[in-house]
Every structure is written in C-alpha cells, then in structure tokens.
Design a protein around this ligand. Structure first.
Ligand code: UDP
Ligand code: MG
Length: 316
C-alpha cells in the first residue's frame, strides 16, 4: 500500500470565490512538484457566490482539476464525504480550500505515509491565526469530547489528512447520516502518523463555520460517539430519587416545621423542571438523530459533475 501510484486531493468549498483561484494555483504547483499522478476534486457545497463559475474556468484549463457541484449547502462533512466517494486514487488528501491548510505540507504528508502509515493526521500547532473564540471553543470541545467518549480525538486535528484506499473505503462504507469525520476516522483505527502544521491565515473571505454550524458539529460528535448525556440523565434521576427519599424520611421524623418553605419550593420546582427538560431533551436528541438516520436520505445531492465520472468506483 505504500506505492504512490496516484493521489486525489478533495477540497470542499463554500462561497470561496475570493480565494479559490489563488489556492488552486498554489495547490497545483505543489502537486506538480511531486511527480506523481494527481487529481484535485473540488466539491462546491452549494455556493451562492461566483465559486462555481471560477471552478468551471479552472477545471476547463487544467485537466488535473475536477468539480462536483452539490444541489445546495449540505455542510463541510457532507461535502468531504462526496469527494471521498468520488475519489479513485490510491491515496486521498482532504483539505480546506481557503489556504488555512498549507499545500506546502503535502510533500511531508506523503513522505510520512511512505514510511508505511495508512493515514497521516495533520495537527494544528500554534493556532495563533485563528480567532481567540475559535481556539478557546475548539480546545474546550476536544477536552470535553475526550472526557465523554471512548474514541480518542487529538486536539487540533481537523479535516486535513491523508488516507490510503483501505481507510477511504472503510470510511465511505460507514453509513451514518450524522458525520463527524475526525471521530469516525479515529474509530476506524489503522496505523496513523501525526505531523504538525502552523495554520496560515485565510486567503480571503470569512469563515463559513457559523456558531450554529459549530454547534451542529459538536452535537454530531457528542450524540454519535457517546452515551454520556443519557447516562448523566439517569445518574441525575438517581440522585433526585435519593434526595426525595431523604427529605421524606427527615420530614416524617421532624414534622413539617422548617423555615422558608416557599423559597425552597420555588427553587425545587425550577430545578426539577430544568432537570426534566434536560433529560427529555437528551433522550429526544438521540431519537431525533435515529429518526433522521432511518429515513435513509442521501448525505448530499449532486447537481453537476465536471471532469469526473458519475459511476461509483469499483471496489479494489
Ligand atoms: N465549507 C463547506 N461547507 C460549509 C462550510 C465550509 O464546504 O458548509 C468549506 C469551506 O469552504 C472551507 C472548509 O470547508 O474550504 C472549512 O471551512 P471554514 O474555513 O469556513 O472553517 P474554519 O476554517 O473557519 O473552521
Ligand atoms: Mg478555514
């Protein structure tokens, strides 16, 4: 598997008209230097700016480029999944199209893979370029995920990685609708190497990961990889039952003569309601996600393909 016959680079893009041309050029230069067969698969995740036109121009000029346009915005993880499913090369790299994942790292990723690794993860080193809010939420999130799941996810490891065909096929075969790819890759196992990178600044435009999108991703990570919320709910139920029994027994012994019952009651009422709502919400999240999964809707819908076959690749 360490023979570098060919490499596909999957790049999900959403409203990246401001940087896609410069990025594509930079990526192409780096890939051409490698002297191996390569292809860049851009997945336009329902952009509403000029991204599609720019991709069409790029694709018509460079035979190494291919574009898949999705029918609407399905999200970063769905767009990567689409690119992985369309990939046919022996090795596949996934990276962002805004220049934060430097194409200059690719040579090092390949060198590492040549040592015999199935996947090479690229870990963000300093992160000074990202905003304080982004770094703080990301660090806190990884710490939390490590506590509540048994699937280890390294901090600062995003969706910049190299995988061999074995890993890509296994990942694509995982049928879940809610895709938290870095968790899924970690769950798969295989021989992984980790190298580090210093993220560059976005080449233009703004982050497409709104707070809402970040929260959705976090919820996919938590509810797809952990039973902790539901276990916490059960533990809370147990604690409340024990407390109720203690209050009942103490009340029986002392008689109901305690002070300030009204304040205590209001507090208890609010507290219990909050716990009940959290518990119902937690159970609801699991059933909601199960509901979405059993509908078996496709993860994405393709509107057009340029320079790329629509046939599913044969299994190798
Ligand atoms: N992206 C996407 N669909 C989305 C959001 C983002 O394909 O719904 C792409 C985006 O164009 C970029 C990559 O995913 O190439 C990472 O997104 P972004 O740079 O906005 O996230 P950040 O780096 O700020 O976490
Ligand atoms: Mg980015």
């Amino acid at each position: 598997m360490t023979n570098f016959d060919s490499i596909d680079v999957v790049v999900p893009v959403y409203n990246e008209a401001q940087c896609i041309e410069v990025f594509a050029d930079r990526l192409n230069t780096r890939l051409a230097d490698l002297q191996i067969q390569y292809r860049v698969l851009f997945v336009n995740d329902g952009s509403i700016d000029e991204t599609q036109q720019k991709l069409m121009e790029l694709t018509s000029k460079n035979p190494h480029f291919a574009t898949i346009e999705l029918s609407r915005n399905f999200g970063h993880q769905a767009a990567i999944t689409c690119g992985l499913e369309a990939s046919t090369a022996m090795w596949v790299i996934t990276m962002d199209g805004d220049g934060e994942h430097p194409p200059e790292k690719i040579a090092e990723m390949i060198d590492k893979a040549r040592e015999g690794y199935d996947l090479v993860l690229v870990q963000r080193q300093s992160g000074q370029e990202a905003s304080f809010f982004k770094r703080a939420t990301s660090d806190g999130f990884y710490r939390f995920i490590r506590q509540i799941t048994s699937t280890p996810i390294l901090p600062g490891v995003g969706d910049f990685r190299l995988m061999n065909r074995m890993v890509v096929d296994a990942l694509v075969a995982m049928p879940e609708y809610h895709r938290f790819l870095r968790g899924m890759v970690s769950w798969l196992g295989f021989r992984a190497a980790v190298i580090s990178y210093v993220p560059a600044k976005r080449m233009g435009g703004q982050s497409k990961y709104s707070l809402k999108k970040m929260l959705y991703l976090a919820s996919d990570a938590i509810y797809s990889f952990s039973l902790a919320p539901i276990v916490t709910t059960l533990i809370a139920g147990g604690i409340f039952l024990a407390a109720a029994l203690i209050v009942g027994v103490v009340g029986l012994i002392q008689g109901i003569a305690a002070l300030s019952w009204s304040a205590g009651l209001i507090f208890l009422l609010l507290f219990c309601t909050a716990i009940l709502l959290l518990a119902i919400g937690s159970v609801g999240m699991y059933s909601g996600k199960v509901f979405q999964q059993v509908k078996w809707r496709p993860i994405y819908i393709v509107r057009s393909r340029t320079n790329v076959s629509s046939e599913k690749k044969e299994s190798k």
